[in-house]
Design a binder for this molecule. Structure first.
Ligand SMILES: *[C@@H]1O[C@H](CO)[C@@H](O)[C@H](O)[C@H]1NC(C)=O
Ligand SMILES: *[C@@H]1O[C@H](CO)[C@@H](O)[C@H](O)[C@H]1NC(C)=O
Ligand SMILES: *[C@@H]1O[C@H](CO)[C@@H](O)[C@H](O)[C@H]1NC(C)=O
Length: 386
């Protein structure tokens, strides 16, 4: 019976629900559960490509997932000829396109290294950033390239040499995804961060305020000693992933290459749209133990997610963590794979679909004897264990 008191009770529950939804301090608790896993790229013994590495992934506003990896043709090393392999899903990760390639650098000795992938949610254009001659193996000038797609990653432009705008300092984007700012300051800005050579290392971010037509360097956090060979214990923020919070600040979670201060992650924050990363906002997150590795980060509905090899020394133990206070504390952890693992990246589909807001995708390097054996896609239901 709908009497007055139960109506009030229902109304107050409804209002409470609205308040919780609107407040970033009281996010709905998640309880992540793996609902699906597929090996999307398998190298070595079973495939024709020696090794697939460096997974990057983006979700588009039209609801498509795009994964891109380096297909290292003849050896597992970072330099050497490669093609850029791609697989796409139009049904939320259930089925995937046959492997295709975005480009092939043929026999180039220090071939393309990934990279970041980024979607402009206003124009729907997808960008991939990568580097040629990142290690100066039989080449003298390093080039930062960008390719783009206007059809959800089905076809790609010719590579554009953006070193013509930003210079030829070696810039290794990501690996991971780039952002479009959803909040002020600089709403609509495109931003993608990366790192330099080991001597000239640190976090460097590229910025575009005209939907990718022009690029320039924004915020920088240099290594110490800068432009010198490093030793164990030096300060060297390396491969990294930025995320934007609802107050418009950008948090960058970086690999701590020489394990300065801890075997854990370096966290930086920019309050001016990625123009600066003031030292007073840098800290070390001792909960996020890490062997100096590429990690994944994502923020959605008041919850911050983080994936990495949760070990101080080994490339193993892929773990998903979550935080309700912007990464100050990490009350939740879901073990993904306790054997060999390495680079990882996180993504959600940026649509208004309720189902898309309840699923997180993790793409990571996975193996039994070696993390370089395969690249696996895990789909996680965020409320699956409730
Ligand atoms: C890219 O442009 C830079 C700057 O003009 C140039 O030095 C470099 O050689 C170009 N890269 C390639 C591969 O042509
Ligand atoms: C998290 O950051 C948001 C701003 O993006 C802020 O409003 C909120 O108070 C922060 N939450 C906590 C628990 O620090
Ligand atoms: C791992 O190594 C063992 C022992 O060398 C071998 O039998 C097995 O096939 C390897 N597994 C994979 C996935 O390579």
């Amino acid at each position: 019976m709908a009497d007055g008191s139960s109506f009030v009770a229902v109304l107050s529950v409804f209002l409470l629900g609205l308040c919780q939804h609107g407040s970033s301090q009281q996010p709905k608790p998640v309880s992540p559960l793996i609902v699906e896993e597929q090996l999307l790229y398998v190298g070595g013994t079973w495939g024709e490509v020696h090794t697939y590495r460096i997974p990057i992934m983006v979700g588009t506003p039209k609801g498509n997932l795009i994964t891109v990896v380096e297909a290292r043709q003849y050896s597992g090393g970072d330099s050497g000829p490669k093609f850029m392999a791609i697989r796409r899903s139009e049904d939320k990760g259930f089925t995937w396109s046959e492997m295709d390639y975005v480009l092939n650098d043929g026999t180039f000795q220090d071939g393309m290294n990934l990279g970041t992938i980024l979607v402009d949610e206003i124009t729907s254009e997808v960008f991939i950033f990568y580097t040629h001659c990142a290690h100066y193996v039989k080449c003298e000038v390093s080039t930062t390239y960008m390719v783009s797609s206007r059809d959800e990653g089905k076809s790609w432009s010719r590579p554009r040499n953006i070193s013509q705008e930003i210079g030829t300092m070696m810039f290794a984007p990501g690996p991971g995804y780039g952002l479009q700012k959803r909040y002020a300051p600089h709403k609509g800005r495109l931003l993608t961060c990366g790192h330099g050579t080991l001597a000239g290392d640190g976090v460097f971010c590229l910025i575009s305020d005209d939907h990718g037509a022009h690029w320039r360097y924004g915020g920088v956090m240099k290594s110490i000693p800068y432009l010198q060979a490093k030793k164990r214990g030096d300060f060297d923020p390396d491969e990294n992933q930025p995320v934007e919070l609802p107050d418009g600040s950008i948090i960058v979670n970086a690999r701590n290459q020489y394990l300065y201060h801890c075997h854990c992650r370096i966290i930086m924050r920019s309050y001016d749209g990625g123009e600066t990363f003031p030292l007073e906002h840098l800290y070390f997150d001792e909960t996020l133990i890490d062997p100096a590795m590429t990690a994944g980060a994502y923020y959605s509905n008041g919850v911050k997610y983080f994936s990495n090899t949760a070990s101080e020394v080994h490339r193993s133990n892929m773990m998903l963590r979550w935080s309700y206070d912007n990464g100050t504390t990490w009350p939740g952890a879901l073990p993904i794979w306790d054997k060999a693992a390495a680079y990882s990246t996180l993504m959600m589909l940026p649509t208004n679909d309720v189902d898309d807001q309840q699923h997180l995708y993790l793409l990571y390097e996975k193996g039994v004897n070696s993390s370089a054996e395969s690249i696996s896609l895990v789909k996680i239901s965020l409320y699956g264990n409730l």
